[in-house]
Ligand binder design. Structure first.
Ligand SMILES: [Zn+2]
Ligand SMILES: [Zn+2]
Length: 147
């Protein structure tokens, strides 16, 4: 596998091939702002079966803005947020791009939830942006079908 990432303390490591990445997005939703402490989170969609995780990830679960149940994974020891997924779509993981060892290759496709973006972290004007999450469930089901 040609990509790796980890939490601050190094107890959780993960690996995947960048060829298996489906897409990448900035999410400006309020939940991402709270969980990261930043204006947005940047996430990479990857099939769970293409991802290898070493170490224990603890998950915090709440209802996402689209009515799905989002499970946000973090290292129990150092608290770094590493990846999340929708309980309804366990075959897909959303990796937090900042935890990659090298993310220089990454291209972000679009921004979600720009309606809750802050002035001090405005949405990238050079990429597509959506007020909310663009019909996440049906989009992803199509992606999964094509895998
Ligand atoms: Zn850790
Ligand atoms: Zn979000």
């Amino acid at each position: 596998m040609n990509q790796s990432g980890r939490c601050q303390c190094g107890k959780v490591n993960y690996y995947f091939n960048k060829e298996d990445v489906i897409s990448a997005h900035h999410c400006h939703c309020k939940d991402c702002q709270r969980s990261t402490g930043c204006g947005k989170s940047t996430i990479i969609y990857i099939p769970n079966k293409k991802l290898k995780v070493d170490g224990e990830i603890k998950f915090f679960e709440n209802k996402g803005s689209m009515g799905t149940t989002i499970r946000r994974g973090f290292c129990e020891n150092c608290g770094s947020g590493l990846m999340s997924y929708a309980k309804e779509l366990p075959m897909l993981r959303f990796i937090k791009a900042g935890t990659l060892d090298d993310s220089s290759w990454l291209t972000v496709n679009s921004s979600f939830f720009t309606k809750s973006a802050t002035d001090w972290n405005a949405p990238d004007e050079n990429i597509k942006s959506f007020q909310g999450n663009p019909d996440m469930l049906s989009n992803i089901k199509n992606v999964i079908k094509s895998l």
